[in-house]
Design a protein around this ligand. Structure first.
Ligand code: NAD
Ligand code: TYD
Length: 357
């Protein structure tokens, strides 16, 4: 049994679906269902007794304490967060509330639960905190990639809030002995990603005939990892990672934003030729840059490769083709997200069936 937080979001829902598909064991899924939480992502497991969905906040110590007592998980995997840099620039309050205060409250509840476990279960228990490479700040084109030992230098309020949460997690290991693991991962893409993030936004804007906004000159570089590879890495760290350690997870796939956007346009040109001819690339529009826009992220993932024998399996080219195909095949998913109809799904599908503990 795992307690997963934020399991109705992009990465969390992919993680939960994969665990249930491969019968790795039951999951209690605690999610506040913010704008980014979408129960439609979990529709295929709605009737699965191995999946207990609970709508609630990681900052609700009473609720988390009840869940821990009732389900006795052997690990907690913390995905719950506010995750979009641009939103954190407009207003950072929720980022501090969930990513910092929420993580602290979750750590408090989990530590109390862990302390009361019999010694063998206490030894085997894990708290895995899912974090980002953005805590390390920005690289120039020639800099060596981020390592686990790179000093933290967050530049956006989002990155700062994740950095703070990483420090809290670390401190609960050093101070209280909680067996924690932290993963710092590069940019993810794949099914069920909210279309505020670059890749699904480009696909959605291209297909709906809108301008495709590229910030600044498009020369910023990101390292891209398919979400299935990220979930695989999290499972590997959960099973074999050393408590107290952090592991960088990377895709070995750095690309300039403009090249990525053009690649996606070319894939769409092939899979769904533009009505009226021409390329989707004609819709690319350069817009004012993001304030404090990090130039480059890159990961040195030697530690997880050497210690835990993990490497990404999917190439960026194959992953992008698959992802484009998924969004083309699931246009109603993106339509309901964009129209906001996904929020009605909760009432329709679950009514008062949402477990409360
Ligand atoms: P997301 O925004 O798609 O999903 C976040 C989920 O957390 C949503 O379902 C939301 O409802 C839930 N949530 C928010 N506040 C909550 C709270 N207070 N209590 C309970 N649930 C709450 O995010 P994502 O892209 O799936 O990212 C998941 C995690 O992975 C985050 O911690 C993020 O920082 C980290 N991460 C993301 C990426 C990426 O590229 N998306 C890369 C590296 C790390
Ligand atoms: P994003 O998906 O928001 O992830 P992050 O900021 O966490 O890396 O953005 C990825 C890159 O794409 C980033 O350099 C900003 C850029 N970007 C655009 O150029 N246009 C857009 O509309 C968005 C959302 C992002």
């Amino acid at each position: 049994m795992l307690l997963v937080t934020g399991g109705a979001g992009f990465i969390g829902s992919n993680f939960v679906l994969e665990r249930l598909r491969t019968t790795r064991g039951p999951v209690v899924n605690l999610d506040k269902l913010t704008y980014a939480g979408n129960l439609q992502n979990l529709a295929s497991v709605a009737g699965d007794p191995a999946h207990v969905f609970v709508k609630g906040d990681i900052a609700d110590v009473d609720l988390v304490t009840r869940l821990l007592k009732a389900h006795a998980p052997r690990a907690v995997v913390n995905f719950a967060a506010e995750s979009h840099v641009d939103r954190s620039i407009l207003d950072a309050d929720e980022f501090i509330q969930t990513n910092v205060v929420g993580t602290l409250r979750l750590l408090n509840a989990v530590t109390a639960y862990w302390r009361a476990l019999p010694s063998e279960q206490q030894r085997d228990f894990r708290f895995l905190h899912v974090s980002t490479d953005e805590v390390y700040g920005s690289l120039s084109v020639d800099d060596p990639p981020f390592r686990e030992t790179t000093p933290y230098a967050p530049n956006s309020p989002y990155a700062a809030s994740k950095a703070a949460s990483d420090h809290l997690v670390r401190s609960f290991h050093r101070t209280h002995g909680l067996p924690v693991l932290t993963t710092n991962c590069s940019n993810n893409y794949g099914p069920y990603q909210f279309p505020e993030k670059l890749i699904p936004l480009v696909i959605h804007h291209a297909l709906s005939g809108r301008a495709i906004p590229v910030y600044g000159s498009g020369a910023n570089i990101r390292d891209w990892l398919h979400v299935s590879d990220h979930c695989d890495a999290i499972n590997v760290v959960l099973e074999s990672g050393r408590p107290g350690e952090t592991y960088n997870i990377g895709g070995e796939s750095e690309m300039r934003n403009i090249d990525l956007v053009k690649t996606i346009c070319a894939i769409l040109d092939e899979k769904r030729p533009r009505a009226g001819g021409g390329s989707y690339a004609e819709q690319i529009t350069f817009v004012t840059d993001r304030p404090g826009h990090d130039q480059r992220y890159a990961i040195e993932a030697e530690k997880i490769r050497d210690e835990l024998n993990w490497r990404p399996k999917k190439s960026l080219e194959a992953g992008l083709r698959e992802t484009a195909a998924w969004y083309l095949d699931n246009s109603q998913w993106i339509d309901s997200v964009v129209s906001g109809a996904y929020r009605d799904w909760v009432a329709l599908q679950y009514g008062d069936r949402l477990a409360s503990a």
